[in-house]
Each structure stands twice: as C-alpha cells, then as structure tokens.
Design a binder for this molecule. Structure first.
Ligand SMILES: [Zn+2]
Length: 331
C-alpha cells in the first residue's frame, strides 16, 4: 500500500510497505529515510543526528558549500536514484518500481545537462512548476542564437552584457553556453559553484572572478558577465547601468511572461529553464505511465485538472493539507 501526504513542514511523506520516506522536508522529520533531491536551498534543511539520508554525492557536496552540512548518503535496498536533469547531482527517487518522486525535473537536454531519466511506476509524485499550457519553451538552440546576436550587437556598440540566472544551475549553463565571448567575468557567487562543477568533470572555462566590491572598478566595455539575478533597483545594477551602460538579460522559464521580466527590471528576458515546460511535464507522465499522479509546486491544481481530462487519476498534494493521509492504491 502507498500513502502520500503533505508533511507538517511542507515536505512530502510517502509510506510504502513498512517504510516511510520524507521527501525534501524543510526540517527534520520522523521518517525512516530522508530524501534530498538536489541542493537548491528551498530543498535543504538542517539534518538531525538520527536521520538516514538518501541523496547523491554531488548534492551533499553542493549542500555543504551552501552551509547545509549533510551526512553521508546511504544506499537503501529497493531504492534507485534516477538523474532528474535539473542541476548537478539532482535526482528523482524510485521506490521499488512502485513510487517515483521527481523532485525538480527537466525534460530536455541543455548544454552539458542531460534530459531526466524515468521508469514505469504506479504512483508518480511530480513537480509541476510550469504545468500550464502557456509555458512551452522554444528550442534551446534558437534561444542561444537570439542571445548571441543580442550580445554581438551590444559588443558592436561597446556595451557590456550581464547575463543573470540562479546562482546554482542556471548560471553554470550560461557560463558554459556563452563562454566564447571575451572577456568573461563571473560574479564571485557564480564562480564558487562553477568551481564545484569543474571538480565534477564539467568543462566550464575559467573567467575573471568579480567580487561585489569590485563592480565599480571594471574595465570599459564590451565584456560579458554571468551574475545572480539582480533587480534593477539593486545598487549593483545601478552601478552597472550608470558607469558602464550595461545591458541586463534575465534567464528563467517565467520570462515567457513579459510582466515577470518587467518586474525584475531586466532589459531582456529569455526562457531557458532547469524545469520542464508544460509539454515536457506531459511527456514525463507518459514516460512513467502511472495509475495515479500527485502534483506539487506551481500550477499543481491546473495540471492535475488537465491530467484528469486526459483520463489519469490525479490530485495536487497541496489539497491534502487538511486530511494529511490519503490511501491510494492497495496491493
Ligand atoms: Zn530546484
């Protein structure tokens, strides 16, 4: 029997047979095993003495770099980790070919990142960040082409370009995809993670590291910088604009919406994402071909309704806050 519920800390609790698994909890929970899918900070917690951890070695390494010391992960009988293609070390968990919890998952190849790997299971618990039909991303190659021509026209005018994305994951893709532009600066927070990716065999070229305090003393443009997402109201962007006339470019799946790009105050926005778009989420459901789909994050209610129309049994996990336990399938 499988039960799936929302835990009191906002993680997901899965009971299968005699074992309980706490998926990406926000704090330590009473379960036999804790699964940490990847090292984004909203998926990390302070691990307690008694917790038994299931995770990848890369996630442990990245988590400790971000101030979350984890224990050695364990190999657990009947549990398989599948590459979820989201960031370095990200995994989905497959419990006895019955239950798959995806964590954050990407359904397409991007630069050095592969597409997620999946298997058939009866119960699928999946993230649905972009689970609404308007979120279909264009082919990555065509986005890269557009960005290269934007950079090229800025370089022609002597203007520097700042490419902004999440420090862990997106910034490494940007560092890799646009490394042919010189000189290339990496914000210190990006370079810290780039170095870990390099240690894990990913060929991100070296660039010039820039500390926040050094932003005022950069050379004249043109140059390229890979930086975390900074709002146009931040001191750094104000300096970059005023002193260098820099162009800021935001990378996010949300960039499908112009309103989002405007709210950050970036000059341009492009939809390169480490999550699956709407079609890829449907493809993931097709790959797993489950009896029931639990949805979580983003458009979980909407995506669940769409799946129901397609004939799947589906429920958003969030709607279980009041009941806590729901018995789904029985052997
Ligand atoms: Zn993530």
């Amino acid at each position: 029997m499988v039960t799936v519920s929302l835990s009191s800390t906002g993680g997901i609790l899965v009971r299968y047979g005699r074992r309980t698994f706490s998926m990406d909890p926000k704090s330590s929970e009473n379960a036999d095993y804790t699964f940490v899918s990847h090292a984004h900070s909203d998926h990390l917690h302070i691990v307690s003495e008694k917790e038994r951890i299931i995770s990848s070695r890369e996630t442990v390494q990245l988590a400790s770099e971000r101030g979350f010391k984890m224990k050695e992960p364990e190999e657990v009988e009947g549990v398989e980790l599948l590459d979820s293609g989201h960031i370095l070390g990200s995994r989905s968990i497959n419990i006895e070919d019955e239950v798959i919890y995806t964590g954050d998952i990407a359904g397409r190849e991007r630069a050095f990142m592969k597409r997620c790997r999946l298997k058939h299971a009866r119960v699928l618990i999946m993230e649905t960040t972009y689970g609404s039909p308007e979120y279909v991303f264009p082919p990555t190659a065509s986005v890269i082409k557009q960005v290269n021509s934007l950079i090229s026209s800025c370089y022609d005018k002597g203007m520097p370009v700042v490419l902004m994305g999440y420090t862990l994951g997106k910034a490494q893709l940007l560092s890799y995809m646009f490394s042919s532009w010189k000189p290339i600066f990496f914000h210190e927070s990006v370079e810290k993670i780039n170095a870990i990716y390099r240690k894990n065999g990913i060929n991100i070229q070296n660039g010039i590291t820039v500390r926040n305090s050094e932003i005022e003393s950069l050379p004249e443009g043109p140059w390229l910088m890979i930086s975390p997402v900074m709002n146009s109201k931040s001191t750094q962007v104000k300096v970059l604009k005023k002193k260098y006339n820099a162009v800021t470019v935001l990378f996010s799946g949300w960039a499908i919406s112009r309103e989002y790009v405007k709210s950050v105050g970036a000059d341009y926005g492009f939809p390169i994402s480490d999550h699956s778009d709407f079609r890829e989420l449907l493809q993931i459901v097709g790959d797993v071909s489950p009896d029931v789909v639990y949805t979580t994050h983003g458009f979980s209610e909407r995506f669940s309704r769409i799946l129901k129309k397609e004939g799947f049994d589906s429920k958003p996990v969030e709607s279980y806050q009041s009941t806590l336990h729901d018995h789904l399938t029985e052997d």
